[in-house]
Design a protein around this ligand. Sequence first.
Ligand SMILES: Nc1ncnc2c1ncn2[C@@H]1O[C@H](COP(=O)(O)OP(=O)(O)OP(=O)(O)O)[C@@H](O)[C@H]1O
Length: 336
Amino acid sequence: MITVENLTKSFSGRTGAVVALDGVTLEVAAGTVCGVVGPSGSGKSTLARCVALLERPDSGAIRVDGTDLVSLGGSALRAARRQIGVVPQGDSLLRQRTAAGNVALPLESAGVPGPQRRTRVGELLDLVGLTDKAGSYPDQLSGGQRQRIAVARALAANPSVLLADEPTSALDPETTGSVLTVLDRARAELGVTVLVVTHDMGVVRRICDDVAVLDHGRVIEHGKVLDLVADAGSRTSGSLLPSVDQNPEAESKYDRVADVVLVGFAAVGALLPEAASRFGVELGLLGGGLTRLGETPVARFRVGLTGERSDSALEWISEAGAAVQRKPKGPQGVAA
Ligand SMILES: Nc1ncnc2c1ncn2[C@@H]1O[C@H](COP(=O)(O)OP(=O)(O)OP(=O)(O)O)[C@@H](O)[C@H]1O
């Protein structure tokens, strides 16, 4: 588990101090993947660098499995660093070493004997699906393959935490998928806790259990992705749910208009028709659609309802587990 408490970090800029982290508090449960998102300059990389102990915060605590890393020095700090695997931003492999040689690097530094090293490198190449590229040099690998080798290298010393800073930037969607699969396997098969910094909400959509949204060095939103998408006002719901086109003319034809978010329903399409028939209302779909967050099906539909028991129908949909947000009717609705 990673716990970050009230972390602050400033840099001296040309026009005075730049506050990169302004009281960041965050908790990432063991064996989960947390995405750190936010606009450029919001402090994402600084947070990752502090957690990786590459940067010392000005104040606050960073605990990994209960140990406060900020207070450590000397050999205790070096030992703590081994608990944290880092996939740096950009191309980070050594050009003159093969893929296997790059993965072996942290094991060599830790003095792991040759036979054990070879076994471990073999396991890691297998984990990232690149056993057949063991003898290839970085220039002979694609960008996605290089990133997967960087993940294998970060996992070599058996860390409990893996930090990845923009692991998929500059990759095409297909290659991005293969890198994300590897991060997901690290969590699922090795139980590693993963913190991934990204500007790409697609990364959050694919592999993150939790998300933290940073802005101006502060956490402005943090929680489980599946909880946040059900919260109509959250930024996460705005960026991950299917969009709804505005159509005031169609909406004006109904007594009630609402957005309905359904998370993890096996038969996502069945609830709305059932509400219509139970309460004898006319229910029309005005927009939205289905998506998937990780393995979980998620839907957002804008619905219109007409009939005396429209409110009861919406209440029943909400009691069945959906998040329902009633929409005020637009000017055309008032006129109708
Ligand atoms: N070493 C440094 N020296 C001076 N200022 C820095 C340094 N590192 C970061 N900053 C400043 O701290 C703020 C946060 O930067 P950071 O790189 O953490 O943001 P970010 O969210 O990762 O941005 P991006 O998405 O563009 O990588 C920015 O204003 C940045 O200019």
